[in-house]
Design a protein around this ligand. Structure first.
Ligand SMILES: NC(=O)c1ccc[n+]([C@@H]2O[C@H](COP(=O)([O-])OP(=O)(O)OC[C@H]3O[C@@H](n4cnc5c(N)ncnc54)[C@H](O)[C@@H]3O)[C@@H](O)[C@H]2O)c1
Length: 253
């Protein structure tokens, strides 16, 4: 898809991979809606890149609908959705205080999986109703899973299950939306240098990076954003999950 001038909506756009993607797409000439539950972060990033900041809880049906309708009023129908909103809350199945609270498991599934589906379904409806572009293409949806979908570590049952769900819905979504010319792809990042990792001591950051076969460092958010750009441009990419991890395979702990 020719990117310049298209309307894009990036969830989790206030921080990390989403913020980098929002900036990258704005730099390519997109009209970008920066969507985040953290209103201040969404607005600050929107201000930096000349986009529209929207406070939204992706896991809430009405909040998602309101975000799409605000973005549509400002930019027209969305053509690119990038789902980056997510939480990485860890917790063992049986911890010091007994079994993992069911609420804790449910919260991660709600935000990472149901939140991604909520925004995907709304984008799919809006894209399907929009005018066809070149080769009858109407839009591209890109989700963010994690390599934890394949190699979840101890303490990641909820996170890995939520990301496994995102991997699993990619192909059926691409198959269903093919008739409308809407592509669905998922990126499964390895370890990236985002605010989540910034909070760790420098030696821990260095050792995390050193465990990556090549290049032996954490991924840069710009490398994630560059893959988003390629997926949007390359019409033959559809219904697939791409690992972006420097050949890292996570160990049990
Ligand atoms: N950083 C990594 O190494 C890494 C690795 C694999 C996968 N991922 C995935 O990439 C995505 C982005 O991660 P990141 O490292 O940039 O994290 P981050 O914490 O920097 O950014 C996530 C953003 O999502 C927002 N968010 C959280 N819950 C939300 C909700 N209910 N509604 C709307 N926004 C919400 C947060 O406010 C935050 O701004 C996540 O889905 C994460 O699981 C990250």
């Amino acid at each position: 898809m020719q990117i310049s001038g298209l309307a894009a909506l990036v969830t989790g756009g206030g921080s990390g991979l989403g913020a980098a993607t929002a900036a990258h797409l704005a730099g390519l000439g997109c009209k970008v809606a920066v969507v985040d539950i953290n209103q201040a972060a969404a607005e600050a990033q929107a201000e930096r890149i000349g986009g529209l900041g929207i406070a939204c809880d992706v896991a809430d049906a009405e909040s998602g609908e309101a975000a799409f309708s605000r973005a549509r009023a400002a930019h027209g129908p969305v053509r690119i959705l990038v789902n980056c909103a997510g939480v990485g809350t860890a917790g063992r199945i049986v911890g010091r205080d007994g079994p993992l609270k069911l609420d804790a498991f449910e919260r991660v599934i709600r935000i990472n999986l149901i939140g991604s589906f909520n925004m995907l379904r709304l984008a799919a409806a809006e894209m399907s109703a929009a005018d066809p572009l070149e080769e009858n293409e109407r839009g591209v949806i890109i989700n963010t899973a994690s390599i934890a979908a394949y190699e979840g570590q101890v303490g990641q049952p909820a996170y890995a299950a939520s990301k496994g769900g995102v991997v699993g819905m990619t192909l059926p979504a691409a198959r269903e939306l093919a008739r409308a010319g809407v592509r669905v792809m998922t990126i499964a990042p390895g370890l990236f240098h985002t605010p989540m990792v910034d909070g760790l001591p420098p030696d821990v950051q260095a050792s995390l990076g050193a465990g990556i076969p090549y290049p032996p460092r954490l991924g840069q958010p710009g490398e994630y954003a560059a893959l988003v750009e390629h997926i949007v441009r390359n019409r033959f990419l559809n219904g697939e999950v791409i690992r972006l991890d420097g050949a890292l395979r996570m160990t049990p702990r």
